[in-house]
Design a protein around this ligand. Structure first.
Ligand SMILES: Nc1ncnc2c1ncn2[C@@H]1O[C@H](COP(=O)(O)OP(=O)(O)O)[C@@H](O)[C@H]1O
Ligand SMILES: [Mg+2]
Length: 144
């Protein structure tokens, strides 16, 4: 499926964001990297939770602010990598823990919160998803 048919998307609730993310997950191939660009509270982690659900992951998904990367195994090999780079200063320190291995894993998906920290090493083909908060409950998702 062409994801342009799903975007831009206006969400009216966290649940709607989760359903939208689940739909995207089902439409996108393994190897996909999504840079989630939005302020604190925009809904990056909510999106990741829905995306995981769309991939059939049943573990609960929370923000990996302290662990930096959380890995969720997929049913038939590969992982969903959920990264929160808030505490990472730049790509040099990210490369220091091997972030390129995660970002370039063809059998896996990567969702990256605070992608601007590593904008110089995001792989070609990375989907830049911009999240804008319109109100307490409304968000716009669009390709940046
Ligand atoms: N339409 C919406 N989409 C996503 N989150 C929403 C929406 N409306 C309200 N929220 C709330 O906004 C917050 C988003 O938090 P979170 O996903 O942790 O943000 P981030 O990871 O971008 O810092 C949650 O408390 C969520 O319930
Ligand atoms: Mg978050």
């Amino acid at each position: 499926m062409d994801i342009n048919t799903l975007l831009p998307f206006k969400s009216g609730s966290a649940e709607a964001t989760e359903s939208f993310a689940a739909q995207l997950a089902q439409a996108l191939p393994r190897g996909t990297v999504i840079a989630l660009d939005g302020n604190l509270g925009a809904g990056k982690t909510v999106f990741a939770r829905g995306f995981a659900r769309g991939l059939g992951i049943t573990e609960s998904v929370s923000s990996p602010t302290y662990t930096i990367i959380q890995e969720y195994p997929l049913n038939d090999g590969g992982y969903l990598y959920h990264m929160d780079l808030y505490r990472i200063s730049d790509s040099v320190s990210a490369l220091g823990f091997g972030i390129d291995e995660y970002l370039n894993a063809d059998d896996s998906y990567s969702l990256v919160e605070w992608p601007e920290r590593i904008s110089d090493i995001l792989p070609p083909g990375t989907i830049f998803l911009k999240i804008t908060r319109l109100s307490d409950t409304e968000r716009i998702f669009e390709l940046a």
